[in-house]
Design a protein around this ligand. Sequence first.
Ligand SMILES: NC(=O)c1ccc[n+]([C@@H]2O[C@H](COP(=O)([O-])OP(=O)(O)OC[C@H]3O[C@@H](n4cnc5c(N)ncnc54)[C@H](O)[C@@H]3O)[C@@H](O)[C@H]2O)c1
Length: 263
Amino acid sequence: MKIAGRTFVVSGGASGLGQACVEEICRNGGNAAVFDLNEEKGAAVIAKLPSGAGKFFVCDVVETDSIAAAVKQTMEWVQETGKPLGGVIPAAGVGNPTTILDRNGDAFSMDTFDFVVNINLRGTIDLVRQCLVHLAKTEPVGADQERGVVIMVASVAAFDGQKGQISYAASKGAVASMTLPMTRDLARYGIRCVTIAPGIFESGMTAVMPEKLFKGLAAVMEFPRRAGQPQEFAQLVRQVIENGMLNGTVIRLDGGLRMPSKI
Ligand SMILES: NC(=O)c1ccc[n+]([C@@H]2O[C@H](COP(=O)([O-])OP(=O)(O)OC[C@H]3O[C@@H](n4cnc5c(N)ncnc54)[C@H](O)[C@@H]3O)[C@@H](O)[C@H]2O)c1
């Protein structure tokens, strides 16, 4: 699938990994619909893009109606620009680490669990399903008669979740597990599905991590021993969009990191 001439929906596009995807898509001739809660950051991201290449839509991915409104406005924009939908990248996410039992033996509240799972898992699938309805109606292109691609964002915590990451690992493990059945569901429509599981990347999420943990994770990477740059994540997203053979898989992008029990 060529990026140029198509529109991609990116949730969490106002910061970090999502923002880098937005920039990469627009640099390569595509349009990006930026879905995010943060209007201020969203506006700042759009201002830096080539004129007309990006548009911000306020969206809370835990609210079905909020997604519906943003998708509707995106489709109106698509009508105006004539750049059909080419894919969706649900990159909105939160960490919120909490151990299941605290030092006093009290269990975490279900609100903690629901908060993370609602954004990372429910927010992912709700956005994807609402975009797919439109993606499936686009004109198939190229020799493969492709319609587009879903690129979900898991985490290495899907496989090696650390202390305090039960909710996060549950949400990301589920995203990883949805990849193959989604690929199978969508094959008849010429839509591919790939999930990327990043290790540790510089972003808004990791900027608020304790420095000891952030540096500690970088230090246990094999090579290179540093946090990834959002641009390196976006580079893989570009390859996933462009390479028609990438489908039905979860790709770790982690410099060989296998997260230890604790840092
Ligand atoms: N940075 C890393 O090291 C890393 C590693 C593994 C996975 N990830 C995943 O990558 C994705 C992007 O995270 P990031 O690191 O760029 O973080 P980030 O905090 O920089 O960006 C996340 C964005 O999501 C938005 N968001 C949060 N809740 C939302 C909601 N309910 N509705 C709409 N938007 C919402 C935020 O406003 C923010 O702009 C997340 O799913 C995260 O779990 C990040």
